[in-house]
Ligand binder design. Structure first.
Ligand code: NAD
Length: 303
């Protein structure tokens, strides 16, 4: 019972990774707000049955849960989701910002709607719920926030400039919030998961690399993500904040974060030509190569 008497909000908990986390957290003793708009993979539409079904699964197993159908993508929605925890369970200890959509398109074809739709759910949705929860957590001097990032942002992927930007933005958000809330006993961490869900099923298999990557992901159960998130949501993980973890089936990964790798200095300052003269020799061997997730994880997952 690692989360006994804790109150957790899991956004996008009606399906996939979110559902598994809600089920495990409830099993570990948390009272859970199961939020899900219940829309399609691209965020359109809604269906309340998606969240309600997970609440039923939790209560059938003897746990406590309540549903919420708001979108994370608005200020009102985010506040209402957190209010659902306060109204039903009296507090909020744990927030898992997991809700997500995909609208993949190569940058030269991407529409404004495809950009905005992804940024609103991931980037703004993470802010909306965190902002609403942060005052309660600050006052009670306790909180655990776990935000969902992706290797599409940390490393790169084709056709996901909107999603990758939002997901790396979430890493920046996580680390800055970790600083803001450190003195109040609130931790923030990010997860880059790998799991076969309907969301990943929408990624087009354009290249041989895409195909290979998706074949590997198809063997990864979303349930593998929940134990690490549940641990990070527990009192025991109080010393861990501002970190980015990956979970790839039975493998748990700690990601590095950018640090300066080379610096150059010139007493007279720089002009374009002096930069052109120096950079290739002084820095080029340390440039970050353009990679996809498949390049960094070429080996088979332990399923
Ligand atoms: N599955 C993977 O391999 C993978 C990889 C990297 C990142 N992620 C991230 O993990 C998270 C969970 O994704 P998943 O794979 O379980 O997908 P999923 O589609 O199975 O679940 C996402 C859930 O979020 C809900 N949702 C979408 N927009 C919402 C909104 N505005 N408000 C409330 N709920 C909303 C959906 O209805 C859905 O039930 C996402 O943030 C995703 O970007 C997943």
């Amino acid at each position: 019972m690692m989360l006994k008497d804790r109150v957790a909000v899991v956004t996008g908990a009606g399906r996939g990774i979110g559902r598994s986390m809600a089920l495990l957290m409830a099993k570990e003793g948390a009272k859970v707000v199961v939020n899900d708009l219940g829309g399609a993979e691209d965020g359109t539409g809604s269906d309340q049955a998606v969240a309600t079904q997970v609440v039923k699964e939790i209560t059938d197993a003897g746990g406590e849960a309540v549903d919420n159908f708001d979108t994370v993508a608005t200020w009102e929605g985010g506040h209402n989701i957190i209010k659902t925890a306060i109204d039903n369970f009296g507090k909020i200890d744990i927030l898992v910002n997991n809700a997500g959509v995909l609208r993949d398109r190569m940058i030269f074809n991407m529409t404004e709607e495809e950009w905005d739709g992804v940024m609103e759910v991931h980037m703004k949705g993470t802010f909306d719920c965190t902002r609403a929860a942060s005052n309660y957590m600050k006052q009670q001097k306790y909180g655990r926030v776990i935000n969902f990032s992706s290797t599409s942002g940390i490393l790169g992927n084709y056709g996901q400039s909107n999603y990758g930007a939002a997901k790396l933005g979430i890493v920046g958000f996580t680390r800055n919030c970790a600083l803001d809330m450190q003195r109040y006993g609130v931790t923030f961490n990010a997860i880059a998961p790998f799991a076969w869900t309907r969301l990943i099923g929408t990624i087009p298999e354009r290249t041989e690399e895409d195909k290979q990557r998706l074949e590997k992901i198809k063997r990864m159960d979303p349930g593998h993500i929940a134990p690490l998130v549940t641990y990070l949501a527990s009192e025991e993980a109080g010393e861990i904040s501002g970190q980015v973890f990956g979970v790839r089936a039975k493998e748990i990964i700690l990601f590095s974060l950018p640090r300066p790798v080379r610096t150059i200095h010139r007493a007279e300052g720089w002009d374009p030509q002096s930069i052109a003269d120096v950079i290739p020799g002084a820095m080029a061997d340390s440039f970050s190569p353009l990679v996809t997730t498949a390049d960094i994880f070429p080996y088979e997952p332990l399923v």
